[in-house]
Each structure stands twice: as structure tokens, then as C-alpha cells.
Design a binder for this molecule. Structure first.
Ligand code: NAD
Ligand code: 022
Ligand code: ZN
Length: 375
């Protein structure tokens, strides 16, 4: 069949809206009509050519929501008509990683997904007979896409596609980093570095977890109002701190008779390796946990003095907020539907597929929190 898609023809070039060919789902696969998709930084990282693992031509996009229209042989967990969110971190429930209960990084289809292919090693997308690569196992910048059954989460059919698509990446990453990875407890102190589409979701995750002090750090003064909107209690602009940022934050988090200070939990939501170091060093001696969420550029390294770790800080990282997609994503949709978490105000721009390149511009300029394309 034919489907309309935004095609990444070549690195560094705008996406092209084209009618492409899509084959039906094979065994263990499902075809989904994508109704809405968010635009996220990693799509731009790949499109720019900076991602050494980026493949072209490809159909990007990994933050979608839609309806199952057809299932391949042997598919039992979803059927046509089901509303689903595609998962760039699948959940097979059979691999050693899934069975370990210690990680969400399912390995069932990892190598083919990284090669832009379906698990059988082929692509369902083509254009004039030329293969188009899948992207992060999702390719949501296409009106119709084909996914492995283990890479779709069945969700509440009453949820609005143009809101819950954000749960396909940003919301789950931010909220999940707090709940699943850091396991923040009631009364904790926390610092969030970078108040973009991820950091604001960390903030609302912290509010949900019952944190007492939620400090937001951003160079952009416009982010103060955004942070406060979702539960931030204090804002720090590093360019307005007269002196070193880390000692300032450590002092700000000093409570009671504590002689040291530092936050119980810190989160990097910038992808900047210097900020990752600041986040670790602003966490509390003896028990502080610092979570790396931001994805740094290829080849970047982080550093700190080993003393920072020897004195009891833990440096950790998270992919997709530690969420097991098929199990946790439907729950997060329900949290949204019952008002436990907010999404609507973070969707700052709605676009047609024809205007998707404008969504990339809005993201690069920092003007948007999230742009969503509706089909
Ligand atoms: P964003 O651009 O919307 O937000 C980043 C924010 O950081 C901006 O507000 C910016 O002003 C601020 N900032 C930049 N430099 C700073 C500094 N030195 N100090 C303080 N603030 C600074 O980006 P986003 O959509 O929120 O994504 C953040 C990061 O999270 C990206 O690297 C993205 O790739 C990553 N991410 C990771 C996962 C995962 O699973 N680990 C998932 C999604 C996104
Ligand atoms: C999503 N991300 C950034 C912005 N939006 C993002 C990027 C990469 C990862 C997670 C989120 C990530 C962390 C660890 C891995 N990835 C490796 C997982 C593994 O090896 O099992 C990652 C993922 C998918 C892909 C590449 C890297 C891919 O499909 N190409 C989850
Ligand atoms: Zn993303």
C-alpha cells in the first residue's frame, strides 16, 4: 500500500513529504495507523548527520500514538481497532534482560532495530523500489507504519492521540526516571538541570513522588515560569549565581543540622557532560543519586574525581525512564486520564505533516516544549 511520510532522504537536509510504499505486517508484526507524533531531539540528532549510527534514507519519528489496522500471523496481544503507543524500547518478556527484572533494556530485537530493519532483517518501507530504513523500531513520521508486536503498548481508547503520543518518549522518560530509576521518596530534595520537554516531566514526576524541595536549573530565564507550572519550588539560573554553581546548590539544599548539604536526587536533562558533572557533585555526600537522562553527542566523556563516588554518591543513567513499555506505558496513560500527571500545556505547537520541518525549527530554537504532528 501507499502511505504519506516525511522522509529523511539525506543527512542535513529537510524532511521530504512523499508517498512511500509500505508492505503489510509479517508474522509477529502489526500495522498501525499513526494519528499523532511528537518531534524529539534524537530525531534531529539523527537527521543532522551527527549520529554516527544514523542511516539514510529513513523514516524517523519515535514518539507516536495510533490504531492497529492489521496484524500478522501469530499476533495475540493486540487486534485491529486497538489504540497503541509504539515502543522504541520493546518488552518481549522472554529475553534474559526482561526476565532479570533489573532492566527495561529488552534485547529481543536490538540488533535489527539498530540497523533500521524489522526483526527478519528486511524493511517494510520503500520508495521507487529503493529500501527506506525504519527508525528506533518506530518510524512514526509516517501515517502508517509496521512494528513488532512486542513494540506496541495497548492503551485506553479514550485517550487523545495528540496528547498521549508524548508518553511514547518524553513523559515516560522524565516521570519514569523519578519513579523507576531514582525511586524518589516522599520528602526528598531534588535538583533538575535543564527544563525542556524532559526536565519538566522530571519535575512533575517529583511532585507525584512527593518531593519537598524541587530545584530547577536552566540558563533560559523563560523556563522559570514553566518549571513552577509543574511543581518546581526553587529556580536557579547559573548565569545569575555570583560564583560557582555547585557550592551554591549544595548550600541551598542544606537542611536542619546537616553540615554538608547537597540534594538527595539530581537529574541531568541537558545532554551536556559538564552539567552531568555538576549534577553528580551537587548530590549529597553519603547517599546522593544522580541520574543521567540527557544523551550526549557521539564520543563525549564524563569525568569527576573518584572522591565524589567514594564518599557515597551514585552516578546512574536511564533509557526511556526505566519503563517496561507494554506494562508501564498503559499505566502512565491512565495517570494522565485520571489527572495525576499533566500533558496538555506542554504541547505548545500542533502541526500538519507538511509543516514538520517547522517543528524541527521550533525545537532547535528552544521556542517549543513539544511540537506534535497530527495526521
Ligand atoms: P530541551 O532542549 O527541550 O531542553 C534542554 C534544556 O536545557 C533547555 O531548556 C536549555 O535551556 C537547558 N540547558 C542547556 N544548557 C544548560 C546548562 N549548561 N545549564 C542549565 N541548563 C541548560 O531538550 P529535552 O527535550 O528536554 O531533552 C533533554 C535531553 O534528554 C536530550 O539530550 C535528549 O536527547 C535526552 N533524552 C533522553 C532520553 C533517555 O531515554 N535517556 C529520552 C528522551 C530524551
Ligand atoms: C529518545 N532518546 C533520546 C531522545 N529521545 C533516547 C536515545 C537513546 C536511548 C534512549 C533514549 C538509549 C539508551 C540506551 C540505548 N538507547 C541502547 C539500548 C540497548 O542497547 O539496548 C538506544 C535505544 C534505541 C536505539 C538506539 C539507542 C535505536 O533504536 N536506534 C533505546
Ligand atoms: Zn525522544
Amino acid at each position: 500500500m501507499k502511505t504519506r511520510a516525511a522522509v529523511a532522504v539525506q543527512a542535513g537536509r529537510p524532511l521530504e513529504i512523499l508517498d512511500v510504499d509500505l508492505e503489510g505486517p509479517k508474522a509477529g508484526e502489526v500495522m498501525v495507523e499513526i494519528k499523532a507524533t511528537g518531534i524529539c531531539h534524537t530525531d534531529d540528532f539523527t537527521l543532522s548527520g551527527a549520529d554516527p549510527e544514523g542511516l539514510f534514507p529513513a523514516i524517523l519519528g519515535h514518539e507516536g500514538a495510533g490504531i492497529v489496522v492489521e496484524v500478522g500471523a501469530g499476533v495475540t496481544s493486540v487486534r485491529p481497532g486497538d489504540h497503541v503507543i509504539p515502543l522504541y524500547t520493546p518488552e518481549c518478556r522472554e529475553c534474559a534482560a526482561c526476565l532479570s527484572r533489573k532492566t527495561n533494556l529488552c534485547t529481543a530485537i536490538r540488533s535489527t532495530q539498530g540497523q533500521g530493519l524489522m526483526p527478519d532483517g528486511t524493511s517494510r518501507f520503500s520508495l521507487d523500489g529503493q529500501k527506506l530504513h525504519h527508525y528506533m523500531g518506530c518510524s512514526t513520521f509516517s501515517n502508517f507504519t509496521v512494528l513488532p508486536e512486542i513494540a506496541v503498548a495497548k492503551i485506553n481508547p479514550d485517550a487523545a492521540f495528540d496528547k498521549v503520543c508524548y508518553i511514547g518518549c518524553g513523559v515516560t522518560t522524565g516521570v519514569g526516571a523519578v519513579i523507576n530509576t531514582a525511586k524518589v521518596e516522599i520528602g526528598a530534595t531534588a535538583i533538575v538541570f535543564g527544563l525542556g520537554g524532559i526536565g519538566l516531566n522530571v519535575i512533575q514526576g517529583l511532585r507525584l513522588a512527593g518531593a519537598d524541595m524541587i530545584i530547577g536549573v536552566d540558563l533560559n530565564p523563560a523556563k522559570q515560569a514553566w518549571g513552577e507550572r509543574f511543581g518546581m519550588t526553587h529556580f536557579v539560573n547559573p548565569s545569575e549565581v555570583g560564583g560557582e554553581l555547585v557550592p551554591y546548590l549544595v548550600n541551598l539544599t542544606k537542611r536542619g543540622n546537616d553540615t554538608f548539604g547537597g540534594a538527595d536526587y539530581t537529574f541531568d536533562c541537558t545532554g551536556n557532560t559538564n552539567v552531568m558533572r555538576q549534577a553528580l557533585e551537587a548530590s549529597h555526600r553519603g547517599w546522593g543519586k544522580s541520574v543521567v537522562i540527557g544523551v550526549a553527542g557521539a564520543g563525549q566523556e564524563i569525568s569527576t574525581r573518584p572522591f565524589q563516588l567514594v564518599t557515597g554518591r551514585t552516578w546512574m543513567g536511564t533509557a526511556f525512564g526505566g519503563a517496561r513499555g507494554r506494562t508501564d506505558v498503559p499505566k502512565i496513560v491512565d495517570w494522565y486520564m485520571s489527572g495525576k500527571i499533566e500533558i496538555d500545556p506542554m504541547i505548545t505547537h500542533l502541526l500538519r505533516l507538511e509543516d514538520i520541518n517547522r517543528g524541527f525549527e521550533l525545537m532547535r530554537s528552544g521556542e517549543s516544549i513539544r511540537s506534535v504532528v497530527v495526521y
